[in-house]
Design a protein around this ligand. Structure first.
Ligand SMILES: [Cu+2]
Length: 294
């Protein structure tokens, strides 16, 4: 009897240790994204209180980003690429444009359609987690947007051949600054007025302005991993409030880009780049705060 009892206890202990993998019956997979500001759903025309260190009221005018290299993590820890559906609108190669703005109200310079998921297929199997990158892969980042297929044809999301695309474009008016008067920024910020967060690669050396660079000193791509993620139940929250938590959106350092546009030597950038988990101006990166699972 004693040995049977011991055996059952061992079996029970093993059963408890081996947590079941999340079973995904179908190869078709959709990873859903939700845009938020401090836990509130992002919506064009809405204003959001208590943003940043000055507890500013902000009125956003753009919120778009490129997500790439989506991988599903299987029970052995292997990262299996999600093969994106090539829809010729939102997804090309392994890159998708996530678009939280609908072109109305303060987002009038944007586009009407929304796109809030990445869609593709993986081999049938059991997967436990996901990984993805905020950004456009280097190989696709430095082409000509006027001849690139959608979504890489979005000129609003493009800087120039040296820097490539804006991986994330978030623009807003804020309590402390003029809501309408700032001109378009040199980097193509367009409707930026007040404060902007534009993430992208910087210090990309190239022979001329129309020659693609060989590399960028600051790639500024953010890789995100959730060890446990079930696409059927979970969504990826992208909360810009968490990015701005330690920034003062009511001031902009003179003679620098409006807000933080990733360029070196901008005193408005350190708290923002830190929230992305990225190294900046010699400061080490850390844990990203922008994305969380829900
Ligand atoms: Cu849109």
């Amino acid at each position: 009897m004693k040995s049977i009892k011991t055996l059952s206890a061992t079996v029970l202990a093993l059963a408890l240790l081996a947590s079941p993998a999340i079973s995904m019956a179908h190869g078709e997979t959709e990873i859903r994204f939700v845009g938020q500001v401090n836990g509130q759903p992002f919506e064009c025309g809405k204003s959001y209180a208590d943003v940043g260190t000055s507890k500013s009221m902000i009125t956003p005018s753009d919120f778009r980003m490129f997500i790439s290299d989506v991988r599903l993590i299987d029970g052995q820890g292997n990262a299996i690429p999600l093969q994106l559906t090539q829809d010729k609108t939102w997804q090309i190669d392994n890159v998708a444009l996530i678009d939280f703005e609908n072109g109305t109200s303060h987002c009038r310079n944007g586009t009407a359609p929304l796109n809030q998921s990445v869609r593709g297929t993986v081999p049938h199997g059991d997967y436990k987690g996901i990984e993805f990158t905020l950004g456009v892969p280097f190989a696709l980042n430095h082409g000509d947007p006027t001849i690139a297929p959608a979504p890489l044809s979005s000129t609003a999301m493009f800087w120039n051949w040296q820097g490539g695309y804006k991986f994330l474009k978030f623009d807003m008016a804020t309590t402390g600054q003029s809501k309408t008067t700032l001109p378009a920024d040199k980097q193509g910020g367009g409707n930026a007025s007040g404060f902007s967060v534009h993430l992208g690669s910087t210090v990309c050396a190239s022979a001329s302005k129309t020659t693609p660079p060989g590399s960028c000193k600051n790639p500024n791509r953010v890789t995100v991993r959730f060890d446990s993620f079930d696409p059927a139940k979970d969504v990826v929250i992208a909360d810009i409030g968490a990015v701005l938590a330690n920034a003062n959106v009511d001031v902009n350092t003179p003679k620098t880009a409006v807000g933080c546009m990733s360029f070196p030597n901008d005193p408005d950038c350190p708290p923002i780049m830190k929230a992305f988990g990225l190294p900046y101006d010699g400061q080490p990166g850390g844990v990203q705060q922008f994305f969380r699972k829900q």
